[in-house]
Design a protein around this ligand. Structure first.
Ligand code: FO1
Ligand code: CA
Length: 327
């Protein structure tokens, strides 16, 4: 069985662990968001791909949610001693090893897909049935527009990482801009995975900065709409609040309510121009299931708390038992 998962970082990794638990024999191709990527101190950093790679490979710091387990921060201390900026983004010594390999390979001309394959050969050796595919080999970066009374335009754009990490998503997001998206293309590996899928799952990741950029890569949405497989989406908003992260700070910038039903209708039903055949919401949101149905999208509710891989596997199974016939 060929399963394709569209995913961001932390939530995406937990979700994939549950999918693996539910389908031990399947090939799982994860289409990962690369619009969080940033260059810092000359190093190319892919936070969502790395979170996925470390977590699935058993080397991630689950408590922190990013970076390596047992990390040390000597290089960071040296940079600070030199007074080098930016100092708001923490690169660990172990993590830097990954970025050195990636940056060298990219500079030597390897596409990000091949670089990621080289990095994951180490981390996913115990489960070669999981493949990690960047959404695109082209550079795309999410920037967030915030108010800036001191600037002539009264607003300025900051890289998503600066908005998230330095500003802690405190300023209202006025607009979300995906730099480079128009020129980006899905990779042949992504298109082949979607065309050959038996099942496509949209992880409960951030709809604005994780799933949003993946769907915005020109051609990717069409490939998703054309896949012969059923497409099932999972809400990351549970009872009106994001299960992880700060989606509630970004949804208003794209005009979507912080509400599971609203996010489902934003993705839309595949037979009405959207991408989903089934939307899965938490049982706390059962009251808005009718609104989703009235919007033409099949919906089911269950416990969507990813307490552990078993709990996640259980809600994935629940969803698959409720696929609309014919999808
Ligand atoms: N998140 C932070 O809150 N602070 C950091 O200093 C930080 C550094 C960092 C370095 C490498 C990496 O792969 C991720 C890192 N993250 C950090 C996490 C990351 O910024 C975000 O959580 C994701 O991009 C949002 O999904
Ligand atoms: Ca992310």
């Amino acid at each position: 069985m060929q399963i394709v998962v569209l995913a961001g970082g932390v939530g995406g990794s937990r979700f994939v662990q549950g999918v693996r638990r539910a389908h031990p024999g399947a090939t799982i191709s994860v289409i990962g968001n690369t619009a969080d990527d940033i260059t810092m101190h000359g190093l190319r950093i892919c936070p969502d791909l790395d979170t996925m790679m470390y977590t699935l490979g058993g080397g991630g710091d689950d408590e922190r949610g990013w970076g390596r387990l047992g990390e040390t921060w000597n290089v960071l201390g040296e940079l600070a001693a030199y007074g080098v900026e930016p100092s708001w983004f923490s690169l660990g010594d172990l993590d830097i090893g990954t970025h050195l390999v990636r940056t060298q390979m990219l500079e030597a001309g390897y596409p990000l897909t091949e670089v990621t394959q080289a990095l994951t050969a180490r981390w996913l050796a115990a489960d070669p049935g999981i493949r990690l595919l960047p959404m695109s080999d082209d550079r795309v970066e999410t920037h967030v527009v915030i108010a800036d009374p001191g600037s002539p335009a009264g607003r300025r754009a900051v890289h998503f990482q600066e908005y998230w990490v330095r500003l802690r998503a405190a300023p209202d997001a006025l607009e979300v801009v995906r730099v480079g998206i128009d020129a980006a293309r899905p990779t042949s590996a992504v298109l082949a995975a979607l065309a050959g899928a038996d099942l496509v799952l949209v992880a409960p990741s951030n709809p604005v900065v994780s799933i949003g950029p993946i769907l915005a890569v020109p051609g990717l949405r069409d490939a998703l709409r054309a896949t012969p497989a059923p497409v099932v989406g999972f809400a990351g908003i549970l009872g009106g609040a994001p299960v992880l992260g700060m989606a509630h700070r970004l949804l208003p910038a794209i005009g979507v309510e912080v509400d599971a039903a609203a996010v489902g209708l934003h993705y839309g039903a595949r037979d009405a121009g959207g991408v989903l055949d089934l939307w899965v919401m938490d049982e706390r949101d059962a009251g808005s299931a009718d609104a989703v149905r009235r919007g033409g999208l099949a919906v089911t509710t269950t416990d969507l708390v990813m307490a552990d891989a078993d709990a996640t596997a259980a809600f994935v199974r629940h969803a698959l038992d409720r696929l609309p016939t014919g999808s």
